[in-house]
Ligand binder design. Structure first.
Ligand code: PEP
Ligand code: MG
Length: 567
């Protein structure tokens, strides 16, 4: 078994087709007729643009608009006036077209590859693809054509470039294995759009396999099995049928409302970490964003993002969501989320230390900057604010007071924002749970963070293997906490959601329906699954299950019982 990055879900069983790359070596000569050489380069660019727009059209039909835009982006890359102008200049100075193209492209590839931002790094891969295609045209080398691959083919390549993907016939290609590329690379995006199972970054794949060898690609678990025996093929054939059946069934839930079998409607949101993830939420059919973890905007950099940069990020997410709710959580650093440039002291007990709202209430300028950026973005969508790690009513009041100051400062500047922006809190500490009745009178909404609530309630660090047996949201104490929080919210007529991992746990769904949760916020790939799970329960059945589960004394009894009624 070989392992790689699980980039596109599903199981593919087929014969390996190794994509060999042709040599693109050339003689680096000095040209004398530079005008003719410039013309040769321009003709190659023209051929490239024509081929690429034809490929983009093919891809638009097989995968979709967004995927076609990736290829259209390649045309824009080479048509960039600066890039073309510099290549022409190099040729005019005597370089051959191949060398001039390579020098300029390599300069950009080096620059893009060094960037922290993954999207910019991705541009290096695009540039490499463009360079390869134009070099092939200049050298008269035929690019690999995979459109003729036989049925049940598993493509094995160093890299699947977007231009190669355009030739993929999804009736014939059942799996993709590459040596490079991550989850967000274009190869991965395209494989997902074409619904072809893919495992990327399998080192040495092109040498390990031989043409025609039987291979299994498990794109869900990132596994590749070479020369499987009969039993193994049987096992994976069954797995594949199960996967395809479930995928077909889940698609029936796309575009539908989230309702239980007793017709109660729920909001089904997504958790995101970056503004562009809002697109994933929309594509996954999420009805909004229930948790935007803003700390990711502060990580992997050397200084605090300023108000404008944050404003642009929040606005971007709001615009993508086109009026769907967007709950932005203020900075939740500390604990396991370190931001070196903020200069936080090393603490004996970081999870009980100076973190999240505690840090923000002491660093008011940094906090107000974020609040102002969120407020300004609220003019572009249905934005709500959420404070993390609340333990006392004072924290909520102090947070709100700073929010009022931020509003006043914006008003003075004449900036627009939503005056009555909803302000809610994460319910993720035992203290907040115990005073949920008091907090519910002052917060506009609750969102239960079961990841932390479980850890703090059970005094158990999930990263510590010796105590992880305690870490379960199905512990009686955690379940009672969740029930009480929801009851307090209901009594005070405020919405109550859950954005911890437990919201997508099939065993939890009947309990949450019974307790009266109003919103579920889950990872994008879980949306349809959770919608389906919710649709299966009536309130009456869910109540029966929750009463029985809550009468039990141990997590094991509860888990065993819930498994018996949910499977
Ligand atoms: C939680 O604690 O459940 C939660 C959603 O927040 P995070 O995982 O970011 O701490
Ligand atoms: Mg948390």
């Amino acid at each position: 078994m070989l392992y790689g990055t699980a980039a596109s879900e599903g199981i593919g069983i087929g014969k390996a087709l190794i994509i060999e790359e042709h040599s693109l070596e050339y003689e680096n000569t000095t040209v004398t007729d530079t005008d003719a050489e410039i013309k040769r380069f321009q003709n190659a660019v023209e051929d490239f643009c024509n081929n690429t727009s034809a490929q983009a059209e093919a891809l638009r039909k097989s995968a979709g608009d967004k995927e076609a835009e990736i290829l259209e982006g390649h045309i824009q890359i080479i048509k960039d006036p600066y890039l073309c102008g510099e290549i022409d200049k190099l040729i005019a100075g005597g370089k051959c077209a191949e060398a001039a193209l390579e020098q300029m492209c390599d300069m950009f590839i080096g620059m893009f590859s060094a960037a922290d931002d993954e999207l910019i790094r991705q541009r290096a891969a695009d540039m490499r693809d463009v360079k390869k295609s134009i070099l092939s045209i200049l050298l008269g080398v035929k690019e690999v054509n995979i459109s003729q691959a036989p049925k049940d083919t598993v493509l094995v390549a160093r890299e699947i470039t977007p231009s190669m993907t355009a030739g993929i016939n999804k009736d014939n290609i059942v799996g993709i294995i590459t040596e490079t590329g991550g989850k967000t690379s274009h190869s991965a995006i395209l494989a997902r759009a074409l619904e072809i199972p893919a495992v990327l970054s399998v080192s040495g794949a092109t040498e390990k396999f031989t043409d025609g060898e039987l291979v299994i690609v498990d794109g869900t678990n990132g596994e590749v099995i070479d020369s499987p025996d009969y039993d193994c093929v049987q096992k994976y054939t069954e797995k594949r049928s199960g996967f395809l059946k479930e995928r077909r069934e889940l698609e029936n839930y796309r575009g539908k409302e989230t309702v239980s079998a007793s017709n109660t409607e729920y909001e089904l949101f997504c958790n995101i970490g970056k503004p562009e993830d809002a697109l994933k939420a929309v594509e996954a059919d999420g009805e909004g964003v229930g948790l935007f973890r803003t700390e990711f905007l502060f990580m992997d950099r050397t200084q605090v993002p300023d108000e404008n940069e944050q404003f642009e990020a929040y606005k971007k997410a709001a615009l993508i969501l086109k009026g769907k709710p967007l709950i932005i959580r203020t900075l939740d650093i500390g604990g396991d989320k370190e931001i070196p440039y903020l200069g936080l002291q090393k603490e004996e007990n970081p999870f009980l230390g100076f973190r999240a709202i505690r840090y923000c209430l002491k660093n008011t300028e940094l906090f107000k900057t974020q609040l102002k950026a969120i407020l300004r973005a609220s003019a572009f969508g249905d934005i709500r604010i959420m404070f993390p790690l609340i333990t006392t009513v004072d924290e909520l009041r102090d947070g709100r007071a700073l929010l009022e100051q931020a509003k006043a400062e914006l008003k003075e500047q004449g900036s627009e924002f939503t005056e009555n922006i909803m302000t809610g809190i994460m319910m993720e500490t035992p203290s907040a749970t115990i005073i949920a009745d008091i907090l519910a009178k002052e917060a506009d909404f609750f969102s239960i963070g079961t990841n932390d609530l479980t850890g703090y309630t059970m005094a158990s660090d999930r990263g510590n293997a010796d105590v992880s047996y305690l870490y379960s949201p199905l512990q009686p104490s955690v379940l009672r906490s969740i029930k009480y929080i929801i009851e307090c919210a209901a009594k005070n007529n405020i919405p109550v959601g859950m954005c911890g991992e437990a919201a997508a746990n099939p065993l939890m769904i009947p309990l949450l329906i019974s307790f009266g949760l109003t919103e579920f916020s889950v990872s994008a790939p879980s949306v349809l699954k959770v919608r389906k799970l919710i649709s299966k329960w009536t309130k009456e059945e869910a109540d029966k299950v929750s009463q029985k589960a809550l009468s039990m004394s141990t997590e094991k009894e509860i888990t065993d019982y819930l498994k018996s009624v949910t499977q």
